[in-house]
Design a protein around this ligand. Sequence first.
Ligand SMILES: NC(=O)c1ccc[n+]([C@@H]2O[C@H](COP(=O)([O-])OP(=O)(O)OC[C@H]3O[C@@H](n4cnc5c(N)ncnc54)[C@H](O)[C@@H]3O)[C@@H](O)[C@H]2O)c1
Length: 281
Amino acid sequence: MTTRESPRAGSPASPPPGTVAASVPFPADTAASGPDLRGRIAVVTGAAGGIGSACAERLRAAGAEVRLVDVDAEGLAALEEAGTGTAAPVDLTDLDAAAEAARGADILVNNAGVQTVAPIEDFPPERFSLILRLMLEAPFRLVQAALPHMYAQGWGRIVNISSVHGLRASAYKSAYVSAKHGLEGFSKVAAVEGAPYGVTSNCINPGYVRTPLVERQIADQARAHGIPEGEVVESVLLARSPLKRLIEPAEVAGMAAYLCGPEASYVNGASLVMDGAWSAS
Ligand SMILES: NC(=O)c1ccc[n+]([C@@H]2O[C@H](COP(=O)([O-])OP(=O)(O)OC[C@H]3O[C@@H](n4cnc5c(N)ncnc54)[C@H](O)[C@@H]3O)[C@@H](O)[C@H]2O)c1
């Protein structure tokens, strides 16, 4: 069953008042249900990558017009060709360009991200700055640019793809953990400011998702922990997760779609953990 929320629902602009093991797989047929997002413009950053392209496809399947934002122009072109949305190649470390990419959005999914794994004493300072710019400053500029339209129509959805690392630390990820903790705080401020205008802001906090970002860090993790690459998923990535499998990008996309639907209109300022009970244990 699909549900539909009026594109103009919410009050128009008004001033703010004050071991379950790998044997339990992800059911692949869940993408069929969800909200009806026809008439909405969704901006998805990092859309050429694992979670971003899954979110873009999921929101497109729900009827939204999707603006695909990424530095990977080739990846975007393939998605545009497949009918997922309109490619908008942007390097989001250019903060003015990032802001432009968000104008007119009804839904904004802040997803673009990178990872660097190194002990603090070896962490390149310029890499630390870049990660903060891409994963904290760019979301701020994207939200700032998107809000006037959202406020004017009294409806908007900001979905921040955070991480368990927005709530917990791991060794060797100082920049990433700092950026995600910052994003958590920013998301909550956006939730508080946006609430009177019908705009919600939430974080999704996955554990390890089966994407290129995770595949790329296996070699770094092996080096940093002094173990063979083949042991990294089990011994490092899933060491603290009672549920011993990687999350599928479509599972995260399903949560993003839920946050854009009418059942989630009171979910605001939340951090929705999808970590197989990692942070519960
Ligand atoms: N994979 C995981 O286990 C996991 C877990 C929790 C949270 N996350 C978060 O999910 C988000 C997406 O991660 P993913 O695993 O899909 O990674 P990914 O590497 O598959 O995709 C990231 C995308 O961001 C894009 N990107 C990187 N730098 C950019 C820039 N300067 N400008 C524009 N686009 C840029 C890349 O081109 C890529 O398409 C990230 O914010 C990540 O922190 C991932």
